[in-house]
Ligand binder design. Structure first.
Ligand code: ADP
Ligand code: MG
Length: 250
């Protein structure tokens, strides 16, 4: 089987050629197989967000390539929009993604860009919103009136409504309440279309069921393995998470 996503020797340097030059991702290679659930963890500043913003073409590699279904996503820069329909990205801060006047229009945005009529898009949007636990009484509200947890659900619905083949969640659960986190987890388990998942997290519980987990450190892949394998190694994974969250009971 071919990987759905292949990252080849990816390096990303911010502010190249200036005194602020900094490699946020350094020679990272990853294969993600269709249907796989990949976890990515690491301290703040380790390069997680920089790495995954390459997967739907929000950032362009300084060096290396990103292949989607075996094709370099930058082979035809004009088709990068297509990549964004296939790879759905949910940001840590939902405000960065919500634009429209009301919730339902916001979630309709993607499907309409894919060519659906407003009516068809609304059907998709309602289904996605229901799936993530947003009540119908909130559909006509402004996304900005709602709580942080509700906004995060709307961001997730926005990504689900385009039925992406790859869904990436960038640290979406660290800033939300437990109930929202549980709902997000459950929605991910119950998707009614085939989807590869990449979840960035700080809480150990969030990536526990991943097929494999990558630990980033200063832009490098420090470790890769299952939850059990990482736990066996000096318990450093535990330490990493404990340090970051200050939570002991994990
Ligand atoms: P993480 O998501 O793991 O917290 P980031 O990918 O956000 O890590 O950041 C990795 C490094 O790149 C950090 O040192 C951060 O300060 C730097 N960085 C992130 N975004 C930018 C940017 N737009 N311009 C310059 N440096 C950045
Ligand atoms: Mg980040």
């Amino acid at each position: 089987m071919e990987p759905i996503i292949r990252v080849e020797h990816l390096t990303h340097t911010y502010s190249a050629g200036t005194p602020f030059q900094r490699s946020a991702v350094e020679n990272v290679s990853i294969d993600v197989m269709p249907g796989e659930f990949l976890g990515i963890i690491g301290h703040t500043g380790s390069g997680k967000s920089t790495l995954i913003q390459h997967l739907n073409g929000l950032l362009r590699p300084t060096q290396g390539r990103v292949l989607l279904d075996g094709k370099d996503i930058w082979a035809e820069p004009k088709k990068i929009r297509q990549v964004r329909f296939q790879v759905g990205l949910v940001f840590q801060y939902p405000e960065h993604q919500l634009f429209e006047n009301d919730v339902i229009s916001d979630v309709c945005f993607g499907p309409m860009n894919q060519g659906l009529s407003r009516e068809e898009a609304e059907k998709e949007a309602k289904q996605a919103l229901t799936q993530v636990g947003v009540k119908e009484s909130n559909f006509k509200k402004s996304p900005f009136e709602l709580s942080g947890g509700q906004k995060q659900r709307i961001s997730l619905a926005r990504a689900l409504a385009i039925r992406p083949s790859v869904l990436i969640l960038d640290d979406t659960t660290s800033a939300v309440d437990m109930e929202t986190e549980k709902q997000i987890q459950q929605s991910l388990r119950e998707l009614d279309f085939p989807c590869t998942k990449i979840v960035i997290a700080q809480r150990i519980s969030t990536t526990k069921t991943a097929d494999k987990i990558i630990v980033l450190q200063n832009g490098y892949i420090e470790e890769m393995g299952t939850h059990e394998e990482l736990m066996e190694k000096k318990g450093y994974y535990y330490e990493l998470v404990k340090l970051q969250t200050g939570v002991d009971e994990l």
